[in-house]
Write a protein that binds this ligand. Structure first.
Ligand code: BG6
Length: 444
């Protein structure tokens, strides 16, 4: 339901790629569906004085609405008095609205600058206004230690309920469908445990490489960029307990409880359960001939939750691969070779679900074959909303269920801590793969 609370969205870093490609188009789209508050304003914070708003709106629908609702605000993010000027401008807008508004600060800036911005915002007193919200983009730290420190830093200035940590995968329609699917189909609900499931494989395969983000990627790598965030969140949605009906607000805590029980097995050795790779040509692209940064990562995991003990889990992701797809594959236990079933939750593209069953082949002899029962969203719905529409809509409405909490973030780094340390000291285990390889080609 629409929340009609007057709202000012302050995008810090409006000239960046995320804002152009995702945030502004998402607002345009939400406004088009009539779900944006009647009093709504975007303040585009930028350091540059020559930013042309029209240029930022190249990829958007509903340009007229965005042009009339957006104003640029030039400021130096390292100067305290500029935050005061910003506050004065926001108060002026509230006077124009004739009522107080909620402030949504969206930090679309490099991670090394967000710490000081949070401090300046806190010191300027924004956090004391109850309906101020802080929307943060990943990465949240680079390891367990820095993430813990970042959480403590933010806690000094903002209350936890004011924080919205974005993991856009949680907001994808098909990720949200995982809970609905598990809850709404009693056949799967009753068999969603170790007695029936043998293995869970989650893959995010990307065709694109690092897209010119050499600096960012050299400090990140596939483990931090996708496994720590998107893939572990998808796994949490797969393993967690289902919330009681109507209690969607319990979801972040349930995801956290699932994450707490996950670890990378260390028997016979950690290295037996992990693989890293780098696509050929990466080192030239980042101009670092010795780079050990992985563009491909595959890790096995286990859960100590009694419902999941013994189930094999694998998360894999890579860039510059043959295809772009994200899927969760659930492999059911076999009674004999023929009786195994596979459930495939396809998150993108061709969003949908398929389930493989065995059927008799027509003919005089008794032969059976595997067939897929298939459901595709596109056969029934014309378009699925973009994840960033959902992110912004939920933040405006104060719904935390699609955002990751501080506790979850720390857990995900805890899961990867030993591996990060091992990879930072070893050099012998990096597989160099050809661009356009498949996941199986690299893994085997
Ligand atoms: C981002 C990563 O979080 O997710 C990118 O930083 C990655 O490296 C992107 O390409 C993938 O998102 P999507 O929605 O295109 O699957």
């Amino acid at each position: 339901m629409k929340n009609d609370q007057p709202t000012i969205l302050i995008i810090i870093g409006i000239s960046g790629d995320l804002s152009k490609r995702k945030l502004l188009p998402a607002i345009g789209q939400i406004a088009m569906t009539g779900m944006i508050p009647s009093n709504f304003r975007i303040i585009g914070v930028t350091r540059q004085s020559d930013i042309n708003l029209e240029n930022l709106l190249k990829h958007t629908v509903n340009k007229d609405y965005l042009l009339k609702s957006t104003e640029m605000f030039e400021m130096n993010l390292l100067r305290e008095e500029d935050y005061r000027k910003l506050r004065i401008r926001l108060e002026e807008i509230e006077r124009e609205f004739g009522t107080s508004a909620q402030y949504l600060f969206y930090l679309s800036v490099p991670p090394n600058t967000s710490k000081s911005i949070i401090e300046f915002l806190g010191k300027e007193g924004f956090a004391e206004k109850d309906n101020t919200k802080l929307l943060l983009e990943k990465p949240f730290g680079i390891n367990l230690e820095s993430a813990t420190e970042l959480v403590e830093h933010i806690d000094k200035y903002f209350k936890r309920e004011q924080i919205y940590r974005i993991d856009h995968y949680l907001a994808k329609e098909t990720a949200q469908n995982i809970i609905v699917f598990r809850e709404g189909n009693s056949l799967f609900k009753k068999t969603w445990n170790k007695d029936f499931i043998d293995k869970i494989e989650i893959v995010v395969s990307e065709e694109i490489g690092i897209e010119g983000r050499a600096n960012f990627y050299e400090q990140t790598g596939a483990l931090r960029d996708l496994i720590q965030s998107h893939l572990l969140q998808l796994l949490a949605l797969t393993l967690m307990d289902i919330p009681e009906e109507g209690h969607i607000e319990e979801v972040p805590n349930l995801r956290y409880e699932a994450l707490r029980q996950i670890s990378i097995p260390s028997v016979p050795s950690l290295s037996a359960h992990v693989k890293r790779g780098q696509y050929h040509g990466y080192r030239e692209e980042v101009q670092n001939p010795h780079s050990m940064v992985e563009t491909f990562a595959s890790i096995d995991l286990v859960s100590s939750d009694p419902k999941w003990q013994g189930v094999k889990i694998n998360l894999t992701t890579g860039k510059a691969l043959k295809d772009k797809f994200t899927e969760i594959k659930i492999l059911y236990r076999k009674d004999n070779d023929r009786e195994s079933n596979e459930l495939l939750l396809r998150l993108q593209p061709d969003e949908g679900i398929s389930f493989s069953v065995w059927a008799k082949r027509p003919g005089y002899e008794h032969q059976v074959s595997r067939h897929a029962l298939n459901f595709s969203f596109k056969d029934h719905y014309t378009a699925l909303p973009e994840a960033y529409e959902q992110v912004l809509f939920n933040a405006i409405n104060g719904d935390h269920s699609l955002f990751s909490t501080s506790e979850e973030v720390i857990e995900t780094w805890r899961i990867l801590d030993g591996l990060q340390k091992a990879w930072s000291t070893s050099t012998y285990d990096l597989i160099i793969y050809k661009k356009g390889s498949t996941v199986e080609e690299i893994k085997n």
